[in-house]
Design a protein around this ligand. Structure first.
Ligand code: SF4
Length: 800
């Protein structure tokens, strides 16, 4: 198709059969009366003191029944995370290696499933009724409530409405725009962590056969610092622990992570560990409910009492005070080692299997306690107690998430955790290891099978050999690079395989303007989001199957495979009929685009590969080490573990040794009156998906524009809890404002603040990134707060 003719083609966009409106009682909800979210006041209510419990069961069933109905709730929920079912589309917490319980999911997993398996539908008429401009006035939560996208939609240049388009015409449009580019590097292919191994592998192959390594992904936003830091330190950028290790651990440090909301089934492992006498240390600026007490929904008796205490020690570290704190703990360990005649550190291991220890020792000896205590915000006594736990521990696990990685010094944070573990050889042994906990179900697998802007030469060589082509060698663009290139007008076509790029990324205004500079933006999605409304000159929404749904291709019913945080690759098989007969699977959509774009340029039979996913897996086996007998082993109940050298005590660094590294305590250069803000997730939210506006673990109801600040910091500014304030970030001479937040006095260290994303992403400039990983620093935002002239209104609760 000729690009100039786009606006008169595709030939039959208007003739696509209209989809039926959602049945009565479904989630096709249109709200008109509520004030826009930025004008509403959240309410501060009772904060739940234990995680999960009866309320969680109630929420699970309420969401399930409201969204899916009783029948589908039972059909789906009992198949979540089962060996013959589908993988939870939410976080990447591992499933048990052995037997599974009947209900192997958490409240948040149930919300994610209900969101996908909802009976709500967005038919073509929806877009005829609502212009893009009108939809932009709605909240993220409202988008989420509208139901599933059920047919491909096209927004022609200059139009304020999407209209239906046939699949073939959509593929032609994409191919036409891609082929019209001056260079393949004018396109970027983003991947969210929902994409299966099969979809991701095909997508990476397509991008490289097209000629670019521009493969940004959501890992650029969440654990890029973990990958960079761990690869240097131990030779692999992934967790070294298995789920069973938690049963053997006698100490678990949970650093910058909120498992109660972000990885809820982890609480079951922590509960088991706590009952075994394991000491659980929570290192976080907020004392999160999930680490206080847990009422396991699987245990009826546990529901009655006040729950199992989880953390035995809470270290209320200042935001980004982790390097200082860990240095303090290690300094205590060093001192104790000297006092005890060398009985604390693993000297043989350090001598034989590591390098860089002497430099670390010198650095720790030189570090002042004043700097450690001041920067960490934790007293010497608390630090000593944490050190005692580490000194006594024979089997210690360190877990972390984005509280560690999303800082300018995110890589240094990760490597300091690695230092801490290496001192006592807490890697490569049962019950011990490092565990960066992944936030989206297959974010790790996507990277394993080739989604990265800088895959190794070995991978590219193997891919080229397998498919008989020469993959581009030059590194591509990551997320930050993609946004900058779009903003500079150098990137013309953006394709998003899942996700909500606009809401997940920093510098929202800049990102929005950047996307609008593209000629074409394409989103492969299950649900409506804001990214469908801030688009390039032309835009496509390509609706895809969800994890919960049957995937039938030419050779019959298919399953896909995914990799969890522990490096287990296993299958996922949907159980529901698709939300619409017009939906296609992600691999089929990728193949459709590839076949049209590369016609005559490649011998790869994309449609043939998609006819039977075993064929895709055969290619993965030939290209990616560790996937031997993929098709056979992925059919084993529970799947198989990928190789992990450090887990076996072998460090796959160039020297074959683990590396200690030295990092200074970070400084923030706050001006007088400024606070350091971190963005956080509410309990009614999964990544950028907003299920509701409550956060019962922090005592927030009916709103999200809140900022949590220490009561003394509020008083010092002459303000009161409940006041409305604007948040103004400062980076050099650049100021950014997020308006109208309600002040919530909260148990958070002085000088710190927390507020929900994506609302506060606007405060983070694109250039505020972690050194060496280029990961946006969403958790180191210098802000001042100013009384806002706006008035917030309280509204009646709105049922989901
Ligand atoms: S812990 Fe994560 S993977 Fe498991 S059910 Fe909950 S959200 Fe899903």
């Amino acid at each position: 198709m000729d690009r100039q003719s786009n606006e008169s083609t595709p030939s039959q966009p208007e003739t696509a059969p209209p989809q039926p409106l959602a049945p009565p009682g479904s989630a096709l909800i249109v709200r008109g009366a509520e004030p826009p979210p930025e004008q509403r006041a959240a309410e501060q209510v009772h904060r739940h003191q234990s995680a999960a419990g009866m309320y969680s069961i109630y929420e699970t069933f309420k969401r399930g029944v409201l969204e899916m109905g009783v029948g589908n709730s039972i059909r789906t929920l009992l198949k979540v995370n089962q060996t013959n079912g589908f993988d939870c589309p939410s976080c990447a917490w591992p499933d048990p290696d052995g037997e599974r319980k009947t209900a192997e999911f958490c409240e948040n997993g149930a919300k994610a499933v209900a969101s996908e398996a909802t009976k709500g539908r967005i038919p073509a008429e929806f877009f005829a009724q609502h212009s893009v401009s009108e939809l932009l006035e709605r909240s993220d939560r409202w988008y989420e409530q509208q139901g599933r996208l059920v047919q491909p939609m096209w927004r022609p240049a200059g139009s304020d409405h999407y209209r239906p388009i046939e699949w073939d015409a959509a593929f032609d449009l994409i191919a036409c725009e891609l082929k019209a580019l001056d260079s393949p590097n004018q396109a970027a292919f983003y991947t969210s962590g929902r994409a299966s191994n099969e979809a991701a592998f095909l997508y990476g192959l397509f991008a490289r056969q097209f000629g670019t390594n521009n493969l940004p992904d959501c890992s650029n936003l969440c654990h890029e610092s973990s990958g960079a830091g761990l690869t240097e330190a131990i030779g692999i950028g992934k967790a070294t622990v298995k789920i069973e290790d938690f049963s053997y651990a006698d100490a678990v440090f949970v650093i910058g992570q909120n498992p109660g909301t972000c990885h809820p089934r982890m609480l079951s492992e922590l509960q088991k560990a706590a009952r075994n006498g394991c000491q659980i240390v929570s290192v976080n600026p907020l004392s999160e409910t999930g680490l206080l007490r847990f009422k396991n929904p699987q245990e009826p008796l546990s529901l009655l009492g006040s729950g199992t205490p989880i953390a035995s020690l809470f270290l209320p570290v200042r935001i980004n005070g982790d390097v200082a704190l860990l240095k303090g703990i290690m300094k205590e360990m060093l001192d104790e080692d000297q006092r005890s005649g060398g009985k604390v550190l693993a000297h043989d291991f350090i001598r034989q299997q590591t390098e860089g220890f002497e430099a670390l020792r010198a650095d720790l000896e030189a570090e002042s306690w004043t700097a450690i205590v001041e920067s960490s915000g934790c007293s010497r006594e608390l630090i000593r107690r944490a050190a005692e736990i580490a000194i006594r521990s024979e089997h210690m696990i360190c877990c972390w998430a984005m509280g560690v990685t999303q800082h300018k010094n995110g890589v240094a944070n990760v490597q300091t955790i690695a230092n801490f573990a290496l001192l006592r050889a807490q890697i490569g042994r049962r019950g011990a290891g490092l565990c960066p906990v992944r936030g989206h179900s297959n974010v790790q697998g996507d990277r394993t099978v080739g989604i990265w802007e800088k895959m190794s030469d070995e991978f590219l060589h193997a891919l080229g050999r397998e498919f008989d082509f020469s993959p581009p060698k030059a590194h591509g663009l990551d997320v930050v690079g993609t946004i900058q290139a779009m903003a500079d007008g150098q990137l013309k076509v953006f394709v998003g395989l899942g996700g909500n790029f606009l809401a997940a990324t920093p510098d929202t205004q800049l990102t929005a303007r950047a996307m609008q500079r593209c000629r074409l933006t394409v989103q492969i999605s299950t649900k409506l989001n804001r990214g469908h409304l801030i688009t390039g000159e032309q835009a496509l929404i390509l609706p895809c199957l969800g994890r919960t749904e049957h995937d039938v291709q030419a050779s019959g019913v298919q399953f896909v495979s995914v990799e969890n945080t522990s490096g287990v690759v296993h299958q996922s098989r949907g159980v529901l009929p698709p939300a619409s007969k017009h939906l296609r699977s992600e691999p089929a959509i990728v193949a459709g685009i590839a076949q049209r774009t590369l016609a005559g340029r490649t011998a790869t039979d994309y449609l043939g590969l998609v006819a039977d996913y075993d064929r895709i897996r055969e290619h993965i086996e030939h290209v990616v080490p560790g996937f031997e007998q993929y098709n056979q082993r992925v059919r084993d109940a529970g799947g198989f573990y990928l190789p992990n050298g450090p887990r076996e005590g072998k460090f796959s660094t160039p020297s074959g040794k683990a590396h200690f590294s030295v990092h200074p305590i970070p400084k923030h250069d706050l001006e007088p009156g400024e606070l350091l803000l971190m963005t956080i997730r509410s309990h009614d939210q999964f990544n950028t998906t907003i299920y509701g506006e409550n956060d019962r673990y922090r005592g927030i109801s009916n709103g999200r524009r809140v900022v949590f600040i220490n009561a003394e910091d509020i008083a010092e500014r002459g303000l009161q809890g409940g006041d409305t304030v604007d948040l103004i970030s400062r980076f050099g001479r650049e100021m950014r404002t997020a308006e109208r937040f309600k002040l919530i006095p909260y148990d958070i260290p002085r000088g710190c603040a927390a507020a929900y994303y994506p609302e506060t992403n606007v405060l983070v400039p694109l250039h505020s990134v972690a050194e060496r990983s280029n990961q946006p620093a969403f958790k180191s935002i210098p802000i001042r707060i100013e009384s806002s002239p706006a008035t917030l209104t309280t509204r009646q609760p709105v049922s989901p």
